[in-house]
Design a binder for this molecule. Structure first.
Ligand code: HEC
Length: 145
């Protein structure tokens, strides 16, 4: 029994102690001018997707993809988003200065369903440092279509 308890305690402490030593010795990545490691990107994307699936109401999109609506949406994107997310002509240097880099939607468009993307833009702007201007987009909805 004593060996079991000892093994349990050592097992419980091994991971935090290893993480501490790794950080203490300067092996944890700290640079912000690089891409996050693949495991960090995969983990945070998984967590974000799971959070959105759990919290976003399954709204049906009131906007029809008419030429007029698509053009109005493109204008909103150009004015409020392209400064970070890029435009069809170029990747955005400013967006590339973020950690992680701001996704360039022209080259790598969001793959989530529109009700999830809408919820992210409306609610997670503040999580992304109040950068996605969720309130601006929400308040403009009346004028888009
Ligand atoms: C100041 C820079 C900035 C602006 C302006 C901006 N965003 Fe973002 N956006 C970000 C950052 C940073 C992230 C988070 C990137 C990450 O975590 O991988 C993000 C993430 C997103 C995501 C989630 C992408 C995903 O799949 O993870 C969506 C959707 C999004 N933005 C939409 C918009 C829209 C729509 C606008 C314009 C209304 C906008 N953003 C304006 C910086 C910006």
């Amino acid at each position: 029994m004593r060996r079991f308890v000892l093994g349990f305690v050592v097992g419980m402490l091994a991971l935090p102690v290893a993480a501490f030593i790794t950080a203490w010795q300067g092996y944890l990545p700290a640079l912000a001018n690089t891409d996050p490691p693949g495991w960090e990107r995969a983990f945070s994307q998984m967590a974000l997707n799971a959070y959105v699936v759990r919290h976003a109401p399954h709204l049906s999109n009131p906007m029809q993809p008419t030429d007029e609506n698509l053009l109005a949406g493109l204008n909103v994107f150009r004015d409020a988003c392209a400064g970070c997310h890029g435009d069809p002509n170029s990747r955005n240097d400013y967006g590339a200065s973020f950690y992680p880099h701001v996704p360039q939607f022209t080259f790598n468009p969001p793959r989530l369903p529109d009700w999830q993307t809408f919820w992210i833009v409306k609610n997670l702007g503040e999580v992304f440092g109040d950068v996605c201007l969720g309130r601006t987009v929400a308040s403009r909805q009346g004028s888009v279509g």
